[in-house]
Design a protein around this ligand. Structure first.
Ligand SMILES: [Fe+2]
Length: 469
């Protein structure tokens, strides 16, 4: 048993998602059953999950005998009790991932994504990565959890493959020590392991998340740190990086809104890899874009994750062997000029609302949510100003686009479109933070509150139009 496992014996699985969070978050999570037992029961249908010892609840009552199949009935029983020991330490999953099978998963992943395969060859990372995986020491419980992720949350598993690959590449590009490249790889692989302990209803909700659901989703970084902490086989920096992968250098991230003075490099490398993953494996899929097309996104995020990480990421894309993808408008390129013009005007409206909100926020004596909210709005306003995306000159350039668009103009149009998308995402993220402030912390007088809500409604309208076009 690892020292980490010993430490974990003290906390029951149903508490795994609550420990370490703020009081409010702990209250929220403690009422939720840990869905990991449900995932195991599902996997049991194909991969045979067996208890390796008698499983007791926290009062010493026997729940499941040794060598039992963890089926639906067992899962229901387990979900109703706090356990003496974490469930994952008391079960074995048949055919769990090994270094060899994980290597095969990466091979399949490269075969399925031509641009990533091209990058791998151009950057000469193939053999180094193979050696890294072959020499990897993944604790058996983490191999079990990654197997569960592969079978029950396959999209998350592929995102983990992407993030680990890119995190290692960025670390190598920054000339970090080989131990740090290894740690970046492991942190990239396991960064979202906490999602295995979040209710599938919340996790799979495609609609707009409520403030409570959003906080539950955010808790995955703390859960991930708890899962990874204390394993002798893992570099200590891995659990720290997992905890920090949604923190941002400008202090607008979570869970602790740390700023660059206290953030680890590895956490920000994983943060950058995860952000690029979200583009490449998410919205780029629809338009057939490749990872090289993430360059406009990088330009808008040069200081989000440490400038050195930005530089390394840009260098990787430049040396990737990939070219930007010209993407024609589905209804003909003549549609682009009015489309961009509309989006510029919606962006200007959003700027106006955000300035009003930031101005009001700066005059209020507010707590942490208010301060983060103000900082986030200021950061987005700065992004929009420096990008030139709301300037009249850009509107003038767009007005001159005629029907005969060649590839070089099309690429410029695509770049503007991608920057507008990224700014829309940043505005949405700032508004989520602001909504949490309005709901939970704002104690301004009623007149100021109604002014803030009015500007917030206007901002929501502009943002919806920006996203719809
Ligand atoms: Fe995450």
């Amino acid at each position: 048993m690892t020292p980490g496992a010993k430490k974990k014996e003290q906390s029951a699985p149903s508490k795994i998602s609550s420990a370490g969070l703020g009081r409010e978050s702990a209250d929220l999570r403690i009422t939720q059953p840990d869905p990991y037992a449900g995932y195991l029961a599902n996997i049991n249908k194909t991969n045979n999950v067996v208890s390796t010892e008698d499983i007791f609840d926290s009062r010493g009552q026997l729940l499941i005998r040794k060598h039992a199949n963890i089926d639906e009935g067992c899962a229901q029983r387990l979900l109703q009790h706090r356990l003496l020991k974490p469930l994952e330490e008391q079960v074995r999953v048949k055919d769990a991932l090994t270094n060899k099978s994980l290597l095969a998963e990466y091979s399949r992943f490269f075969e399925a994504h031509a641009d990533i395969y091209t990058m791998q060859r151009h950057l000469g990372f193939t053999q180094e990565m193979e050696r890294l995986i072959q020499g990897m020491h993944l604790p058996s419980i983490l191999a079990q959890k990654m197997t569960v992720m592969k079978l029950r949350l396959p999209d998350q598993f592929h995102k983990a493959l992407f993030s680990s690959w890119l995190a290692a590449l960025i670390a190598r590009e920054m000339s970090l020590h080989k131990d740090d490249i290894y740690a970046a790889f492991l942190a990239g692989l396991t960064h979202d392991i906490g999602f295995l302990h979040i209710s599938p209803e919340i996790f799979n909700n495609k609609g707009e998340a409520s403030v409570n659901d959003w906080r539950a989703i955010q808790s995955h970084v703390v859960i991930g740190q708890l899962v990874l902490k204390g394993y002798r086989e893992l570099p200590e920096s891995v659990s720290q990086a997992v905890l920090e992968h949604h923190e941002r250098c400008d202090g607008t991230g979570y869970p602790a809104t740390k700023d660059e003075s206290s953030l680890s490099i590895l956490g920000q490398i994983v943060g950058m890899s995860d952000a690029l993953q979200a583009l490449r494996m998410g919205i780029f899929v629809k338009t057939g874009r490749n990872l090289r097309d993430a360059m406009p996104f990088l330009r808008l995020n040069s200081n989000t994750h440490f400038y050195d990480i930005y530089c390394a990421s840009v260098d990787i894309l430049r040396k990737s062997g990939l070219e930007p993808t010209p993407v024609a408008h589905p209804q003909g390129n003549a549609q682009y000029a009015p489309l961009l013009a509309h989006r510029i005007s919606y962006l200007k409206q959003a700027v106006s609302s955000m300035k009003q909100i930031a101005g009001a926020l700066s005059k209020i004596e507010s707590g942490p949510k208010g301060r983060v909210s103000l900082r986030t709005f200021m950061q987005v306003l700065n992004s929009i100003t420096t990008s030139g995306m709301a300037r009249d000159e850009l509107l003038g350039w767009v007005g001159q686009i005629d029907d005969g668009i060649d590839d070089s103009v099309l690429l410029e149009i695509n770049e503007i479109e991608l920057m507008q998308n990224e700014l829309a995402w940043q505005i949405g993220s700032a508004q989520r933070t602001f909504n949490a402030f309005l709901e939970r912390e704002c104690n301004a007088d009623s007149q100021l509150q109604s002014t803030l809500r009015m500007h917030n409604d206007r901002l929501r309208e502009s943002l919806e139009k920006l996203r719809q076009h």
